[in-house]
Write a protein of this length. Structure first.
Length: 321
C-alpha cells in the first residue's frame, strides 16, 4: 500500500514513467518536469522509501532508476501498466526527455573528441576493432547470458555487443565522464537492459558470485595492480561462469606511457595465468590477434570458474549456460 500511495501523486507518477526507459539525474528531471530541485528530490525520496526507485552515485551526480527484481519486490511495473502512454503530459515529458538526452549526448561527444587523437593513434597500432569484437562474440558463444558485468566499461562498446543476449547487464567504470559517454552510446543504440554505475575496480560493489559472464576489456594496462583487479572480477563470477579479459600482449612502445597513460606495457600469458589461478579460474582458451607490423598484439583470455567445470565442457563454444 505504501508503494501505491507513493505512486499515486501526479508528479511522482510522471517520474516513474520517465524512469521506465532510462536512468535520470535530479537535474534531468528538473529540466524535463520544470520543477525545482528540492521538490524533485523530495518526490524521489518518497519513491525510494517506498521501494519504487533506487539511487546510484557517480562522483557528485546521483542517478535514479526503477527498482528491479534484484532490489526486491517492486510494484512499479503494475502501476505503469495502467498508465495512459498517450496522456498529453506524459507525451510531453517524453519529448523533453529526448531533448535532454540529446544535450547529454552532445556533452559526452565533446569529452570523447577531446581524447580522440590519442585513441585514434592507438587504433592504428593494433588489429582492427572489428576483429577483436568478432573474437569477443565468438568466445562469449551463442547461449543466453543471464547476467553480464562489464568492468571498466569505457564507451560501453562491449555492452553494445553483448547486452542484446543478456537478461540483465551492468557496466561499471571509475570515470563519471566515461559513463556519460557510455550512457549516450547505449541510449543511441536503444539498449535499455543495462545499468551503469560508478565503481572501484579493486573493490566492486556488485554482488559476489552473481554474473555468468564478466568482461574486462582493455583496462588492466592502465592499473598499478592488475592482479588485484582480476581477483576482484573473479569474485563476481558465478559458479561455472566465465571471465573474459582483453588486453595487449607484452610490447616495447614506451610512448604509450606518455601519450595514453598506460601503466604496463602489455601482459604476458604466464603472468595472466597466475592471476587467473589465484582467482580460482582456469584459462580454457587464449587467442592472440597480431596488429599491423606486429606493433601491438591483442590477447583474449577466456577463463572458467572451476567450481562447476565438467570434463566434457565444450570450451570452444564458450557456452555460458
Amino acid at each position: 500500500m505504501a508503494a501505491l500511495r507513493a505512486a499515486g501523486e501526479t508528479t511522482r507518477l510522471r517520474i516513474l514513467a520517465l524512469l521506465a526507459d532510462s536512468e535520470l539525474t535530479v537535474k534531468d528531471l528538473t529540466t524535463i518536469l520544470g520543477q525545482s530541485q528540492p521538490r524533485i528530490s523530495r518526490h524521489l525520496k518518497l519513491l525510494a522509501d517506498a521501494g519504487l526507485v533506487t539511487r546510484s552515485t557517480e562522483g557528485a551526480w546521483a542517478f535514479y532508476r526503477l527498482a528491479d527484481e534484484n532490489d526486491g519486490p517492486c510494484p512499479a511495473a503494475q502501476v505503469l501498466a495502467m498508465l495512459d502512454r498517450d496522456d498529453p503530459a506524459v507525451a510531453r515529458d517524453r519529448e523533453r526527455r529526448t531533448a535532454t538526452r540529446r544535450a547529454n549526448a552532445e556533452a559526452a561527444a565533446s569529452y570523447f573528441a577531446a581524447n580522440a587523437r590519442v585513441w585514434d593513434h592507438l587504433r592504428t597500432l593494433h588489429v582492427p576493432d572489428t576483429e577483436v569484437e568478432a573474437a569477443i562474440c565468438g568466445l562469449a558463444g551463442t547461449s543466453r547470458i543471464r547476467t553480464l558485468l562489464d568492468v571498466g566499461t569505457g564507451t560501453g562498446r562491449v555492452l553494445e555487443l553483448l547486452a542484446g543476449r543478456a537478461d540483465r547487464a551492468v557496466g561499471v567504470d571509475a570515470s563519471a565522464a566515461m559513463l556519460a559517454v557510455a550512457r549516450a552510446n547505449l541510449d543511441a543504440a536503444g539498449i535499455a537492459n543495462v545499468r551503469l554505475a560508478q565503481d572501484d575496480i579493486y573493490t566492486l560493489s556488485q554482488p559476489r558470485d552473481a554474473f555468468d559472464l564478466v568482461v574486462i576489456h582493455q583496462v588492466l594496462h592502465y592499473l598499478d595492480d592488475p592482479a588485484r583487479a582480476v581477483a576482484e572480477a573473479g569474485r563476481m563470477v558465478s559458479p561455472g561462469g566465465a571471465l573474459l579479459i582483453v588486453d595487449f600482449a607484452p610490447h616495447a612502445l614506451e610512448i604509450l606511457r606518455a601519450e595514453a597513460q598506460h601503466r604496463r606495457l602489455g601482459i604476458g600469458r604466464g603472468e595472466m595465468e597466475g592471476w587467473l589461478q589465484a582467482a580460482n579460474l582456469d584459462a580454457v582458451e587464449v587467442i592472440d590477434l597480431p596488429g599491423r607490423g606486429n606493433e601491438l598484439t591483442v590477447t583474449l583470455w577466456f577463463a572458467r570458474d572451476r567450481r562447476m567445470i565438467s570434463d566434457d565442457l565444450r570450451i570452444n563454444e564458450g557456452a555460458l549456460a
